[in-house]
Design a binder for this molecule. Structure first.
Ligand code: ZN
Length: 251
């Protein structure tokens, strides 16, 4: 027996199925991450054609076949289409990375509704932001994802010896242990994090997204921060992020 349902959702992945259909991966507000087929969505006259493109947010009507475990899209009412994201390569790269994190974490597990809301808020900012703001949006998305996933490392002290940081103290990050460590405790393979980047993470944890996005770092600090966050998220997901490899952001 089929059951129909509706949910707010963002298309985070779209693959062609036969000539005219699309297999969609949807990050939903209340049903987690799900795959659904949009039949005929590649046909010119299909009302699903634009709504089923990546990074479009819609109210999606679905038929669920509980026996086969499949979903079929019957209707998509577009709520936000983020044209500014799709028209810019750098923004597409950022959103693709966020989408891969959402997909690989199975929609954030128990925190799927929160991850959905974080994704939507970040997309709204990305839609109109300048290129210099994009890395900060990605940093905030990844840092907040780690919190939702229950893996936010304590950025206030050395995880091993417990020493609190002096104001201008740099530190090190060990991805495997999800730990910030002082120079005495860190192994040589640990990633450096400048005092500025460490303070940025610590401060932004307590701030709403909009306020956290106003802060800026020196170029070197931003690069260190990105490397630490990429490593932390990859450790949680237990594997390399393909989007980062494709974008040349991994060593
Ligand atoms: Zn220590």
């Amino acid at each position: 027996m089929y059951r129909s349902t509706r949910t707010d959702a963002i298309v985070i992945r779209r693959e062609r199925l036969a000539e005219f259909h699309k297999n969609l991966t949807l990050l939903t507000a209340d049903l987690g991450l799900l795959r659904a087929t949009a039949f005929g969505a590649y046909k010119g006259q299909s009302t699903l054609r634009m709504a089923s493109e990546p990074f479009t947010r819609s109210l999606v009507s679905l038929y669920h076949d509980p026996v086969r475990g499949t979903y079929k899209v019957t209707e998509m009412e577009v709520r936000e289409s983020y044209e500014g994201v799709r028209g810019d390569f750098g923004r597409v790269c950022a959103a693709s990375l966020w989408a891969e994190v959402a997909q690989r974490s199975l929609g954030g597990g128990d925190s799927t509704g929160e991850l959905y809301r974080l994704f939507v808020r970040c997309l709204r900012h990305l839609d109109g932001c300048d290129a210099a703001s994009t890395p900060y949006l990605t940093a905030q998305y990844l840092w907040r994802f780690l919190t939702l996933a229950g893996y936010m490392p304590d950025s206030g002290r050395c995880e091993r010896c417990g020493a609190r940081w002096a104001q201008d103290a740099a530190c090190f990050f060990e991805p495997a242990g999800h730990a910030f460590l002082c120079s005495s405790c860190a192994r040589p393979s640990a990633l450096p994090l400048s005092a500025g980047a460490r303070r940025y993470l610590e401060a932004s944890s307590a701030l709403p997204l909009e306020e956290a996005l106003r802060a800026r770092l020196a170029d070197r600090s931003l690069r260190d921060l990105e490397a630490c966050l990429f490593a932390a998220v990859q450790a949680v997901l237990e594997g390399e992020l393909k989007t980062l490899r494709f974008q040349g952001a991994l060593p």
